[in-house]
Design a protein around this ligand. Structure first.
Ligand SMILES: [Zn+2]
Ligand SMILES: [Zn+2]
Length: 307
């Protein structure tokens, strides 16, 4: 059987950050400074996602750098220390609001977050559930949420601030129930500390446009990283395969039956792995860990056949 890759070799790779703040909310740098910082570090795109404030800095885009229209909405949860944050990224740019305050959420808790997902969707925005560990939410707070494109699995600012940046349990809780939600790594950069260029996504898309990037986001045609590169990931019959930059470990994660971890011998590295699935896994995804402990995460492939 032919290999079925999660990516297209016809498309290009674009590196970007879907979550950043500027002086328009609680960030330290103004929008042109933020764009210059990311551009000079090799990023291809960013989204400004100010708190309860729409922005679309089209004039800061150029041939080789794209600014996406975005917003971050916050909602209360009537439990101590918990909240919901959601990113909205406009899917085409057409009709995206600029320098407009968002209406306050009418409800709180899970029902309020669900309404916000629907409200942003009606305005043409895809939604991403933010930093669940930082927000101190548990499964009971998010279990019924549907209709959002992705969940943050790594938030660099949360990690730098108080070691609450990694959110894999929340993600797998959706995936193991067959709920298709992609995982994104972001910076959530505010620039009061070194919270930038630490978590990103690599998007496999035809061109650097708002429509092409968001179409790839919705399709899950991207991976997340804090360091390693993933060059291919897919299925070859009943084998899942991955190819990547030199790694000390590659983890194939499956539910409910376990996947398998592969390790390089001491002083050596590995750059591929193949794992035969049993056929009764709900999904399979992979994690690549390099010698510095940096990680890359593929999106899940859902297996249709059930034992
Ligand atoms: Zn937030
Ligand atoms: Zn934020």
């Amino acid at each position: 059987m032919a290999r079925k890759s999660a990516f297209s070799s016809e498309y290009s790779w674009f590196k970007g950050n879907l979550h950043s703040h500027s002086t328009r909310s609680d960030g330290k740098l103004d929008p042109p400074q933020v764009v210059e910082l990311y551009r000079s570090n090799g990023w291809d795109f960013i989204a400004f996602t100010e708190h309860e404030f729409y922005s679309y800095w089209q004039e800061l885009s150029s041939d080789d750098f794209l600014v996406l229209p975005g917003i971050e909405m916050g909602l209360d949860i009537p439990k101590f220390g918990r909240c919901h944050h959601l990113l909205g990224i406009h899917k085409s740019g057409n009709g995206a609001k600029h320098l407009v305050k968002a209406p306050p959420a009418e409800k709180d808790g899970m029902a309020g977050a669900q309404e916000e997902i629907y409200r942003l969707g009606k305005e043409g925005y895809l939604t991403i559930y933010c930093h669940p560990l930082w927000s101190r939410v548990e499964w009971e707070d998010i279990s019924e949420l549907r209709g959002f494109t992705a969940i943050e699995i790594y938030n660099h600012s949360s990690e730098m601030e108080n070691h609450s940046g990694l959110h894999l349990d929340h993600w797998d809780s959706f995936l193991r129930r067959g709920i298709k939600v992609w995982g994104v790594a972001t910076d959530d950069s505010h620039h009061w500390m070194e919270d930038y260029c630490g978590g990103w996504i690599m998007v496999n898309a035809p061109q650097l446009t708002v429509a092409d990037l968001t179409e790839a986001l919705v399709a899950g045609r991207f991976y997340s990283s804090t360091g390693p590169t993933i060059t291919d990931f897919g299925l070859d019959g009943d084998e899942v395969y991955i190819e990547c930059s030199p790694a000390k470990a590659i983890h194939i994660v499956t539910y409910e039956p376990w996947g398998r971890s592969f390790y390089a011998e001491p002083g050596k590295s590995i750059s591929s792995a193949v794992h035969r699935v049993r056929g009764n896994e709900i999904f399979v995804r992979a994690e690549v860990v390099d010698s510095n402990g940096k990680t890359a995460w593929t999106n899940p492939i859902f297996l249709d056949k059930k034992a």
